[in-house]
Design a protein around this ligand. Structure first.
Ligand code: SAM
Ligand code: SF4
Ligand code: F3S
Length: 487
């Protein structure tokens, strides 16, 4: 039995009247046990189970954090709510990478006001990246006083303890830590998918790209011990997981500061040895730290998916320097060339920002040029968003809205053209597809992903979900395929 299962089984045997443990994760299991009683009592009083809803914004890191939050809520007795209307607790796990992410959260919060008026016992909680900003907290306290719980990115694991404090004090709780302390292992997790899972290999970011808020809200880079990562993946595989995605803001700098030092390529080599694990993905890679060793390890194992997400941001050397990215257009293209040579079937996707302060038509032309040369299989194109506290926010010559809109459309058109061409290159081949779910529009079909992360739709029933099957790619329709399952 794993340590985690062991702890979960023991929850009911924990003496909740005994002293609070000071060590983690024992302390959190103690508060889970206490909260379990609170939830049970309330549920008996209301004559129905209590339900929880987590609304997740942002990246895979937040998705994984939400699985951990749900793990705790389920341990203490909450069931999953269908929507906000049948929830007894609503948690927003927030993102602040661009201003529109903040606005979405404020918009949803406004709606919750009426729900709280109708049901004063409803607990409304906010956590995640946005909560690490002082101005945000001030705004919430002033304009949304009905929020019961605010916590940040560094103390997410304390959910049970914080809920218990609300119960005891009957007052709102705000608990924000400036920095991360230790990495707490072995807390409960409730996965969204049975057959695939994200796995954090590191937290935080040290890169301080001049436009980006993430290092300020996620703290300094910390790598997990390889033994803990391998043990987690082994447990996941024993629980039915076939595909893992190794998560970090810059996985290529994994291992710095660990004793003994381990590189990301070395970690990957260990991960692919895990028996029963069929696919490994990772996200995100930073071009400045991408090593030849990583390319070698990727090429040497079929288990490692043929997909590399490598954020470019801009094709202009002048802007790349102002962005503090530490590579040039040439260096980026050189990495692309090496990767395509080692793995001709590799899909390369990227992130691009348009409208960084001081950007000119010539800078955008450089970006369009590299998009054509690198032949990206896909790209997320973002309009630059000014984030208070970052160096770029204080730079002069912020671009006009009109200019940005025009240039954004130019970049997007080029990205779509190359991606369309790239996607179609596998037509006629038979490839392995991991079936992820039923097709949204047609009940007789299922939807899955190729190693390259490209979506494939084909005839099949729900019994295929979670399996990896051979599919003939009949036709490429833009960015996805229609296929036929081989028997
Ligand atoms: N760490 C990842 C990397 O560097 O590859 C990126 C993580 S970030 C959450 C995802 C993307 O958001 C970035 O690659 C960048 O393109 C975009 N982004 C970050 N800050 C932004 C800003 N202020 N305005 C617009 N886009 C931004
Ligand atoms: Fe942000 Fe740059 Fe860190 Fe990515 S590497 S999270 S873009 S600071
Ligand atoms: Fe957003 Fe935080 Fe991820 S700011 S993109 S949720 S690390």
């Amino acid at each position: 039995m794993s340590y985690l299962e062991d702890m979960a089984k023991q929850i009911d045997t924990i003496d909740i009247n005994g002293p609070e443990p000071t060590k983690e994760p024992e302390r959190q299991y103690y508060f889970m046990a206490k909260m379990k009683h609170v939830v049970k009592e309330k549920s008996e009083r209301l004559g129905r189970p209590l339900k929880a809803l987590i609304n997740t914004f942002g990246c895979q890191m937040n998705e994984r954090d939400s699985e951990k939050l749900l793990g705790v809520l389920q341990q203490i007795g909450y069931e999953v709510a269908e929507g906000e209307d049948d929830a007894d607790i609503i948690l927003f796990n927030t993102c602040t990478v661009r201003d529109n992410a903040d606005q979405r959260v404020f918009g949803r919060l406004g709606v919750l006001k009426h729900k709280k008026e109708k049901n004063p016992e409803l607990i409304i909680g906010l956590c995640g990246c946005m909560m690490q900003e002082t101005l945000v907290i001030q705004k919430i306290q002033k304009s949304y006083p009905y929020v019961d719980l605010i916590f940040g990115t560094h103390n997410l694991y304390k959910l049970a303890e914080l809920l218990y404090t609300i119960h005891e004090t009957d007052a709102p709780v705000v608990d924000i830590w400036e920095d991360a302390k230790e990495i707490i292992e072995d807390l409960p997790v409730e996965r969204k998918y049975k057959f695939k899972s994200g796995v954090n290999i590191m937290f935080g970011c040290n890169n301080f790209c001049s436009y980006c808020i993430v290092p300020y809200v996620r703290g300094r880079e910390r790598s997990r011990n390889p033994k803990d990562i391998i043990r987690e993946i082994e447990n996941l595989v024993a629980d039915g997981v076939k595909e893992v995605m190794l998560l970090g803001q810059n996985v290529n700098s994994y291992g710095k500061g660990l004793e003994p030092n381990v590189t990301f390529a070395e970690l990957l080599q260990e991960v692919v040895k895990i028996e029963g694990l069929e696919r490994v993905r990772f996200m995100s890679s930073h071009p400045k730290d991408l090593s030849d060793d990583l390319i070698k390890v990727m090429a040497s194992s079929d288990k490692i998916c043929r997909h590399m997400h490598l954020a470019l941001q801009s094709g202009s050397d002048r802007l790349l320097e102002k962005m503090n990215r530490h590579y040039t257009k040439e260096k980026y293209l050189e990495i692309v060339r090496k990767m395509r040579e080692a793995m001709p079937d590799l899909a390369i996707t990227t992130d691009i920002i348009v409208g960084f302060p001081g950007e000119t038509v010539e800078d955008v032309n450089e970006t369009i040029d590299i998009v054509k040369k690198a032949k990206f299989d896909g790209a997320f194109t973002f309009i630059y968003s000014k984030r208070t506290g970052t160096p770029a926010a204080a730079m002069p010559d912020q671009c006009s809205e009109e200019f940005v809109k025009e240039q954004f459309d130019r970049v997007l058109t080029t990205v779509q053209e190359t991606a369309k061409e790239q996607a179609a290159r596998f037509t006629g081949q038979t490839v392995k597809v991991m079936v992820e779910g039923r097709n949204d529009k047609d009940e007789s079909m299922v939807t899955g992903r190729m190693s390259q992360n490209t979506v494939v739709h084909f005839k099949g029933d729900a019994s295929l979900i979670g399996s990896i099957v051979d599919v003939h790619l009949d036709e490429c329709l833009g960015f996805y395929y229609m296929g036929t399952k081989k028997s």
